[in-house]
Design a protein around this ligand. Structure first.
Ligand code: AMP
Length: 118
């Protein structure tokens, strides 16, 4: 069973933000912004490329509720899903990263990473 399925089942604890019968939002264990929350379907769906439009429609409503719950709906936030190997997906269970709580920088390509020269 994948790590996020274990979180859904309660086998691995999580810091829940919001939950309903189909979706779960919880704080990322290694935050990269003042607010860094992961939003997942409880059903095991591998990645964005495999999710149905019907599921995404329901998930969109849930994601908007998460933003309101966190209080980032007005000031804004970034929503990211890493899809597959090149997309940097490490856990093969669909998840959206919700980042906020401050002004975010934009970085998206390894070749441009200023850290590579450190
Ligand atoms: P990705 O690279 O898009 O697959 O993102 C996986 C994310 O899951 C990373 O940001 C990790 O910090 C996060 N993560 C891994 N294990 C846990 C956990 N047990 N609880 C919360 N977040 C986790």
């Amino acid at each position: 069973m994948c790590i996020f399925c274990k979180i859904v089942s309660g086998e691995i604890p999580n810091n829940t933000v919001l939950e309903n019968d189909k979706f779960l939002a919880f704080h990322d264990i290694n935050p990269t912004a003042p607010i860094h929350v992961l939003i997942i379907p409880k059903e095991h769906i591998k990645c964005f490329q495999e999710v149905s439009p019907q599921m995404m429609a329901e998930m969109t409503t849930f994601i908007q509720e998460v933003a309101s719950t966190l209080g980032v709906d007005n000031n804004g936030y970034r929503l990211i899903t890493n899809n597959g190997k090149d997309g940097g997906q490490e856990i093969d269970h669909l998840h959206f990263h919700m980042l906020g709580g401050g002004k975010l920088v934009w970085h998206h390509y390894e070749e441009d990473d200023p850290r590579k020269n450190i």
